[in-house]
Write a protein that binds this ligand. Structure first.
Ligand code: FES
Ligand SMILES: [Fe+2]
Length: 330
């Protein structure tokens, strides 16, 4: 009894910190290089388990973990056969879109299985060496595209550097950082609070901080494309946040910049901006998100009615824009 009441109190506390459902959008669920052909993995995303597998033809499925037959968990003993995942319990097979392709002992497939996919599979794309899944609580088809980021697909840029950080808060709280101009001075060591502009365009939120110093776009809740320019050198920070559950996010960052010659001034500057963004730079520069934002995020609470002042960034504009991604009541 005592244990139960303690856990109930803790759950209540956590929900109060992040009172939001999982937002609709494209999310990176894995790096392509971490899912080999024939591999099966279980991941936690969007408040549940999903089973991810790669067929021999390279196609990736991200599906509900429980078999539509008698409910075995496909991630616990399921194997890839050709391009399908085979359930460990009675060897039914499903393709990456969730269609039942084989029942080894049936004369014909059940009528429903002939008409539609019976295993819930998320729409999946692979781009930039990343596996993307589209989440919508009502299972609607993708409503926008993964953004084009030329630096990630062009020659002449250094190999993309990937990082991933688990963070104990919801995506909205992390994404709001982009329009919190005041914290750039107090947390990240900017000499002054920079001036910034922001505008919305459907599912895209544009911001420009310090007259072109930082130019960013959020595409839906989980994606931001940020270009940070110092003395003519631009570093791309592409961040993709995965909504693991209502209170936890896996923040991924993908960095690249022009492949300036080793030892050149530009190369040094690019490396410096990169290190500074993460928080690995030496001495007083160690003020990137790993060193400072993460402590705030892991411990803060969402304030629905924050007390703002005239020096704050466009927090409410951002929240209004972000609210379009909540398809469920909250
Ligand atoms: S439970 Fe999966 S095949 Fe029977
Ligand atoms: Fe920050």
């Amino acid at each position: 009894m005592t244990d139960l009441s303690i856990s109930r109190i803790q759950v209540g506390k956590e929900l109060e910190r992040c009172p939001f459902p999982i937002p609709v959008g494209w999310y990176v669920v894995e790096l392509s290089e971490n899912l080999a052909s024939g591999e099966v993995k279980t991941i936690e995303a969007f408040d549940q388990d999903w089973v991810m597998f790669r067929g021999e033809d390279g196609s990736v499925g991200v599906t509900d973990p429980y078999c539509p037959h008698l409910g075995a968990h496909l991630g616990e003993g399921g194997v890839v056969v050709g391009n399908n995942i085979r359930c460990p319990f009675h060897h039914w097979e499903y393709d990456s879109e969730g269609w039942c392709k084989e029942i080894p002992y049936a004369k014909s497939l059940p009528p429903l299985a002939k008409k539609c996919a019976v295993l819930h599979a998320l729409p999946v794309q692979e781009r930039y060496g990343l596996i993307w899944a589209w989440y919508h609580p009502e299972r609607l088809e993708p409503q926008w595209q993964i953004p084009d980021v030329p630096e990630l697909e062009s020659e002449g840029f250094v190999p993309v550097r990937h990082g991933a950080w688990p963070i104990g808060t919801c995506i909205q709280e992390i994404a709001e950082n982009g329009v919190d101009f005041a914290h750039l001075k107090f947390l990240h060591g900017a000499p002054e609070i920079p001036a910034g502009k922001a505008r919305t365009e459907d599912h895209v939120f544009h911001f420009d901080i310090g007259d072109g110093h930082i130019i960013g776009e959020n595409h839906g809740p989980g994606i931001s494309v940020v270009r940070h320019t110092v003395e003519g050198v631009t570093v791309l920070m592409f961040s993709t946040s995965l909504a693991v559950n209502r209170e936890n996010t896996l923040a991924r960052m993908h960095f690249t910049f022009q492949d300036y010659p080793e030892g050149s001034k530009e190369r040094q500057m690019a490396e410096h901006v990169y290190q500074h963004s993460i928080g690995e730079a030496d001495g007083e520069d160690s003020a990137g998100f790993e060193a400072v934002d993460m402590i705030i995020w892991n411990n803060k609470k969402y304030r629905p009615q924050p007390l703002l002042c005239d020096g704050d960034g466009p927090i409410f504009k951002f929240r209004k824009w972000f609210s379009q991604f909540y398809a469920e009541d909250h």
